[in-house]
Design a protein around this ligand. Sequence first.
Ligand code: FES
Length: 174
Amino acid sequence: MKRCDLLVDVGRRRFLSGAGLAAAGAAATTMVPQAPARAATAPARVTYPSARLVNIKDLKENEPIAVTYPDADAPGVIIKLGKAVPGGVGPDRDVVGFTTMCPHKGFPLHYNHERRTLNCSGHYSVFDCEAGGQETWGHATQNLPQYSLRVDANGDVFAEGLDELLYGRLSNVL
Ligand code: FES
């Protein structure tokens, strides 16, 4: 039987041209310089608004006053504890402020007058107001965000920041 040289030759050329293209493609792929991947990063330093929350004359010992900070969607309290505590301001260094959204899953917190704690009705986390919002019990994995407070010459109490991330926020930037 006579062999068809023409068809064999066509097949070889197609094979070689295809292999050549594949090799060229692979070379091109490996030679194209890759731009370095960059993820968008949030600014590390967060600027907070300064907001007047109460006047020192409004406060009675162990009677929290409901406030919002840093915006209307963020409930909190200002409390006069009657003794100097971490983060306390005012003449007796006893005025503190905290968010009342639990850092675990955002349930509202309620003040326990006897223990001076903020307690979660969701999963029962407990935060010590006399210890900078330290969690003493429960599921939360962070302490309670405490306000940075300042008292001016008129006795007005201003919040000017928070020491932890508020529940539900990716950053504390407004
Ligand atoms: Fe407060 Fe879970 S929401 S402990």
